[in-house]
Design a protein around this ligand. Sequence first.
Ligand code: ZN
Length: 947
Amino acid sequence: MERVALLRTSGRRLLQRCGRPRPLVPAASSSAPRRRLTSSSASPSSSSSSSRGGSSRLLAAAAPLHLHAAGRYWPLTAPGLARRLSVPAVSTSPSPVPSDTDDVHEYAAKLGFEKVSEQVIDECKSAAVLYKHKKTGAEVMSVANDDENKVFGIVFRTPPKNSTGIPHILEHSVLCGSRKYPLKEPFVELLKGSLHTFLNAFTYPDRTCYPVASTNTKDFYNLVDVYLDAVFFPKCVEDFQTFQQEGWHYELNSPEEEISYKGVVFNEMKGVYSQPDNIMGRVSQQALSPDNTYGVDSGGDPNDIPKLTFEEFKEFHSKFYHPSNARIWFYGDDDTKERLRILSEYLDLFEASPARNESKVMPQKLFKEPVRIAEKYPAGQEGDLKKKYMVCTNWLLSEEPLDVETELALGFLDHLLLGTPASPLRRILLESGLGEAIVGGGVEDELLQPQFSIGLKGVSEDNIEKVEELVMQILKNLAEEGFAPEAVEASMNTIEFSLRENNTGSFPRGLSLMLRSMGKWIYDMDPFEPLKYEQPLQQLKARIAEKGSKAVFSPLIEKYILNNVHRVTVEMQPDPEKASRDEAAEKEILKQVKSSMTQEDLAELARATKELKDKQETPDPPEALKAVPSLSLQDIHKKPIHVPIEVGEINGVKVLQHDLFTNDVVYSEVVFDMGSMKKEHLQLLPLFCQSLLEMGTKDMDFVQLNQLIGRKTGGISVYPLTSSIKGKEDPLTRIVVRGKAMSTRVEDLFHLMNCLLQDVQFTEQQRFKQFVSQSKARMENRLRGSGHGIAAARMDAKLNAAGWISEQLGGVSYLEYLRDLETKIDQDWDRISASLEEMRKSLFSKEGCLINITSDSKNLEKSGQHIAKFLDALPSAPSLGSDPWLSRLPSVNEAIVIPTQVNYVGKAGNLYQSGYQLNGSAYVISKHISNTWLWDRVRVSGGCSIA
Ligand SMILES: [Zn+2]
């Protein structure tokens, strides 16, 4: 389950993840022993600090909630999952399915649905009809095309009035059993047994979404039915114990012991409230909109969650989880009639309610003058606290909703300002040396009123005001001088490429479209409009061509930012005592609770605690389990998906070709062997990759180089890749250079790759210093927010060489290395620069190179000559042979202390050492254990999350 909050780290919005498993991709990859990809700090996913960009709706084509496909990087679909090499990014754009529409509308009318509007949407090759259920007012968007990855979602407007976390607790609780599916957690049964390609739920600040997706029609309708029954008829509104389990309760194992708080959401939010970036995002949003629902936290403030009563919880459900307050989305190649038939069975059971009026989100009135806020955050003792301040300036852009073209133009502006490392606002802020990394996500337009945020973290106390002044100065200069034409062209190409490629990876395309449409629909605006970008895009391009980009963008900067006094500057101060103070305050409250209780009360609480635990540990009766629909073996395709591979050779280098329809995009990876690199250079590798992309060549500084990449291609990234090899001690270690371009630009793509590999100069000491500070800030953030990942990496590093390498490049060891490096750069720069040069020489040669290329046969054939030219230009260096990578961390138990309110614990062992042979059983067993025994003990009874 996920809580969607407007949080931004290094310029990208984060999703808050709850502890439920995240089955965003087919099950095998989520629970399988992972293919080991090197640290996120070295990979595109983390360089994603630079890969933010554009308004969410603008670039929503690429997994809108996670990350945009802007800049040089790749769309990330399922954060944290191994997907970079596993899924060739192939577009198979859907096309509308012709259907006998009169017949469908007649059938719809019979079921009580009235057609509101009908449109063909060329941008997603779909025919879409908006229906209204006459009796209840429920709205249904039925999108028909030939995409077999069908998507359903039901969304309720759920604006909270306080920070007790009702929407979030409800989002968890409705999936704990319902009328037709009366077991403890049908959700978990679905996780175990269905073929879903997506199964999850999100809590936004003002809405709650329940989406599912599957390519199997029978499975799809099973999922739809379980979700509809869950939202409309959940057991949790009658069952106090579910509320206690998912929300909060006092736990007392025996009257002599201390009382403690327990609850899944309670614990989850304690984790969220420990992370400085999260605190910054929340405080900024609340301060921008103090007077409406965005002034409180829909996820729940751990201080307020225990104030929530069961009565309020039930009332919230009955008010807002009602068809009159629902927006329902269907997408894919299934039958429209069947969609409506299933829906009518549920909707007909309700009468109209006033929920839709009561759930309206009121706009925040614009301030008359700017506001400043200071807030403390829990910091560790290490390092110089005076340099750990954070500051972010935020604007609420408008009281009224903006028209499409203005919104689109703001999206472009956002990309121009911040979209790539070369973008001026981002670049100048980082180059100023006032802070270590960017905070604030630029333009954010998924809520009622758009906002803009930008700031820095790792700022020293005396520089706080300077950051805000600098932000204003840069914006003022840009408004006066305009943007470079090359920058405008690069942003235009990047955004257009992303929109047309519409590559959402393994994130269902229909879900990406639903979330995009919902951004307007949820506020009673036109749900079709966000799906139709073509016309406004052409208009904007025409306007820029006619009047020049300055005439388009300068007035936007002036009106919405510079002259807009609805501005909130948030300063965050490190406080090493805060965590222990909060803990003491919680203990004190619990002590008072206990002392206010009589002996009988305490005995009763101990009894209730035991009763809840017993219930949690009692398995569901078999008849209840049978209620959850599952597929039989006949329902499942026996053949695996076939990816065509043709192995060939160009100039003595192995080339893998995949002949697939890609909508004229050519995807390519050039892979080099890392084995020829000196072992002592290993930890420099992530920074080496970043240097290739962000240092510039003899003829071009990095800004020009980045603009060229943006103008000519769909993006280039460079990252290390590590994996264990079956039956071998020595792991696979590679450097991947990945790029994509339209077929007419393949020559440019390979030429630019060649530039990056051979011409980049490792001479920019100050830029390198920035890379180190940014990486360090990112790693420190990971340490708090993804402690389970850190723990897992640490354990892997004790068990095998591939794990050891990954940990060196993205674990605690890497953070230690970065902290050390930061202090050495000034004295040691010549040596570091020489090492980078040496790494290039040892890594990039024809020997050990492999090329992987995906497009249709015509494009593959045409690309051959450009590949040959690229290879000709590569130096030839006879391999010197290399020592195997056999290092491990010492095999001892460890405890690592970090300043958060949550602990992360892990345990690992090597199955192969106990005689296991790879045959797939471990995948099944690991999925089974996670969704059964571990789920019940760790999450349900313990109130913790399983990672
Ligand atoms: Zn959650």
